[in-house]
Design a protein around this ligand. Structure first.
Ligand code: GAL
Length: 762
């Protein structure tokens, strides 16, 4: 009924404004193959240049993803397009033509019919000598590119072919045009009216309700707009309506207006909100779709359950610290059978401490009891050379606090890890990234004023049952410009051990000053020095190499003592970054094994920001499911990068699903391999210690997908029981083939178990 009213209002506006709902082409797409010219030449911007013989490229993906590997520096894109004068009738403002060119990594100059019409980052262009051009590449790569021209601009050739040429400079990494939109259009209402749903996050109110605040900004300083704001929240699968409201609103010039909607229950299946503003005079609508968080992880049961790793490695004689992760109705009591000599389990905290001197494999049992039951699980302690037998689960300060990290923030994060219950699902490290260092005083690294007492901080974190980590660089300075370890490696390792550190992230950064174009020996050298220094301390310190994957570090990281190694540059909270990094990890799968993990960088969920100002992750809920699914399949370290004092129910649901985490923590320590990879979907498989397999199914498109999975084609047998790990629910028995729905940019995680009954009958 309400929907009809809304249509009625819109129609009324359309009739009053005298608009025809049938419109001519409102934009000219530039999303077509462009001619592509690596390098730089004075003739590339011109109209007379002959384009016919060169390579073409799609503007929507960086050039390194289209076969132009390792191309850095200059390159040109060219296309020709007919601009019909009928376009001038479109849009809201009929006097301005807009050229939209997606995003450009890193910076660009745009030429129309041989004449420069705009640029971002390229501050000097000398037509006679392009080589003397100067590119200021920093900070432009993810800025949307829109160039505006008056319709009377003589550079536009109406009703004729026009040549658009873009000169791009890439300082390193992917390079070129990406994302979108790529089009010519008249300046429209949407260029002034801006919805912002991203900044506010979600409010989880009393009684399980969910509120979304969003703003609409009118960026025009001269014009106000009146119209109907429609908010429509619906179940994405069956489109049933959860909330609907239409309101007449006035957006004053230059105003920022806040609106919200509330639904009664936090969704447990995909829900979307469509918000639109229909301007009254023109009938032009501007709308946006927002995916709402939905919770798949079932609530924790009152019965005791032991979570987390089933195996733990320690070196003989090193301090042992392990908190038994367990859930269930409080209070819980903890017991163990067959713990090796030298270890004690505290019955009420569940913390095992002490030291074991005799190398060997110790097969123990952990027992957790409460008023409603008892849980018992096997637990293997390996006393030997290897530590980190399962990927570390924890938190690192970088993605939220950046260089503004402080003692206080580390303490409050540690406390939040315990009090939020994350610790009960196996999350155990609290790692300080860059920003704690002062200088070396008498050969010893001093902490800066933000960290008054590192020893006391370590004691505090340990007292909670958690471990603590630190950061440095083999170079003279860190990436943040603080003091590095160059020349002080042993002294620094001794300091870390004396404070009580359990983890070191060792970040190449300024080591480029020592080895500007490192060969293999130079890549390994600084990491060997610190390996030796750490080993001599007698403390188990997880050694995390960070050098962005140089020299295929996954092939030799273990040989320099690395327990994990970053395989890529830094991640950010966008689909482009997440999917680019995550889906390229197949190349290093075979090098992961217990004690040695590929690290595709930290998690970008929740409130992140890389500095004092945080924002809610830009990833959609589905993309966040993909993030945890893929990183778990990859057996990578899971290091949270968000503010732990702002953990909402959705984020907690992502981080406390014990069946999902068990895939990451499986003692066999195999990294998933991709078995199907194309532009639409991917299938990855991971073998588990018990002989079963897990499938990670990923939808790379922006539409939901019904994926047919042919098990035989993937190399599996005939009959299986399949279980949805996010929902912790059996989906039934399948023979050779099953179909499954995957949300846009979303993932499913399916446990494939041989159906033992049928297996015996065969
Ligand atoms: C980068 C590193 C980041 C962070 C930062 C600190 O090189 O990749 O994860 O540690 O340095 O300055």
């Amino acid at each position: 009924m309400k929907i009809n009213v809304w249509f009625g209002i819109t129609l009324l506006f359309l009739i009053l404004a005298g608009c025809s709902p049938e419109k001519e082409q409102s934009s000219i797409s530039l999303n077509q193959p462009w001619q592509f010219y690596p390098g730089d030449h004075i003739r590339y911007p011109g109209t007379e240049f002959n384009d016919t013989t060169r390579a073409t490229i799609s503007p929507s993906k960086p050039w390194e993803r289209q076969g132009f590997k390792n191309l850095d520096g200059y390159a040109w894109y060219r296309c020709t397009v007919m601009i019909p004068s009928s376009l001038k009738q479109q849009g809201y403002f009929h006097d301005t033509l807009q050229i939209s060119l997606g995003k450009i990594d890193d910076c660009d100059q745009v030429f129309l019919n041989g004449k420069l019409i705009g640029e971002n980052g390229m501050t000097v262009y000398d037509e006679r000598d392009p080589d003397t051009s100067f590119a200021e590449s920093y900070g432009f790569w993810d800025k949307p590119r829109h160039y505006l021209l008056s319709v009377n601009d003589p550079r536009i050739r109406w009703d004729e072919e026009n040549t658009i040429a873009i000169r791009v400079y890439d300082s390193g990494g992917l390079g070129g045009l990406f994302d979108g939109p790529f089009e010519l259009s008249m300046l429209d209402l949407e260029d002034y009216i801006h919805f912002d749903a991203a900044s506010a996050g979600f409010d989880y109110g009393p009684g399980n309700c969910l509120t979304k605040n969003f703003t609409i900004e009118n960026r025009s300083s001269a014009e106000g707009f009146q119209g109907v704001l429609s908010m429509n929240v619906f179940n994405t699968r069956n489109r049933s309506c959860l909330f609907r409201k239409d309101t007449l609103v006035l957006l004053e010039p230059g105003s920022l207006n806040t609106f919200s909607f509330t639904i009664d229950n936090i969704p447990t299946s995909p829900v979307s909100a469509e918000v639109s503003f229909t301007e009254g005079a023109s009938g032009i609508p501007i709308s946006g779709i927002l995916d709402l968080p939905y919770i798949l992880t079932p609530q924790v049961s009152v019965y005791p359950r032991i979570n987390g790793a089933r195996v733990f490695g320690v070196r003989p004689g090193s301090p042992f610290l392990f908190k038994v992760p367990a859930t269930g109705k409080a209070p819980l009591s903890y017991f163990a059978e067959n713990l090796p000599e030298g270890l004690n389990l505290h019955a009420s905290t569940g913390i095992i401490s002490g030291q074991v001197n005799e190398p060997g494999s110790y097969f123990c049992s952990l027992i957790v009891e409460n008023s409603v039951g008892t849980a018992k699980e096997p637990f293997r302690i390996e006393v030997g050379d290897l530590i980190s037998l399962t990927p570390p689960l924890g938190w690192n300060s970088w993605n939220c606090w950046g260089l503004s990290v402080s003692d206080e923030k580390v303490r409050s994060s540690a406390l939040a890890m315990k009090e939020s219950g994350l610790i009960d699902h196996g999350w155990s490290y609290i790692n300080i990234d860059d920003g704690w260092e002062a200088t070396h005083v008498d050969g010893k690294i001093a902490t800066n004023e933000k960290f008054p007492d590192m020893h006391a901080l370590c004691d505090y974190v340990h007292s909670l049952g958690l471990k603590i980590g630190i950061y440095s660089s083999p170079g003279p300075t860190t990436c943040g410009g603080y003091e590095g370890s160059y020349g002080f490696e042993q002294a620094d390792a001794d300091s870390y051990a004396s404070w009580g550190m359990d983890y070191l992230k060792y970040d190449w950064c300024s080591y480029f000053r020592i080895a500007p174009t490192p060969n293999q020996e130079e890549l390994e050298h600084p990491y060997r020095i610190m390996e030796k220094a750490l080993l001599s301390t007698g403390r188990d310190i997880h050694y995390s190499l960070c050098q962005y994957g140089m020299g295929k570090v996954w092939k030799w990281g273990a040989s320099v003592g690395g327990n994990s190694w970053r395989t890529t540059g830094d991640i950010t909270d966008t689909w482009e970054s997440l999917s680019g990094i995550g889906f390229s990890q197949g190349a290093c799968s075979q090098y992961a094994n217990p004690g040695h993990w590929n690290d595709p960088d930290m998690l970008v969920l929740g409130w992140v920001g890389w500095g004092p100002n945080l924002h809610y992750t830009q990833l959609t809920p589905n993309e966040q499911y993909t993030h945890i699914t893929l990183w778990s399949m990859l057996a990578s370290p899971l290091l949270l990068g968000n503010d732990l004092s702002q953990l909402d129910p959705f984020t907690m649901n992502l981080l406390t699903n014990d069946e999902v985490l068990a895939v990451n923590q499986d003692p066999l320590g195999i990294q998933a391999i991709p078995v199907v990879q194309n532009d639409f979907y991917q299938i990855w498989t991971k073998g588990m210690e018990d002989g079963s397999s897990v499938l990670g199914l990923f939808n790379l498109t922006e539409q939901s997908l019904n994926l047919g999975v042919n098990l035989q084609e993937l190399g599996f047998g005939e009959r299986y029981g399949i279980r949805d790990l996010w929902q912790q629910r059996e989906l039934g028995k399948v023979e050779r083939y099953f179909e499954i729905r995957i949300e846009p940019h979303g993932a499913r995680m399916i446990h494939l178990k041989k159906d033992m009954k049928d297996f015996v009958k065969q």
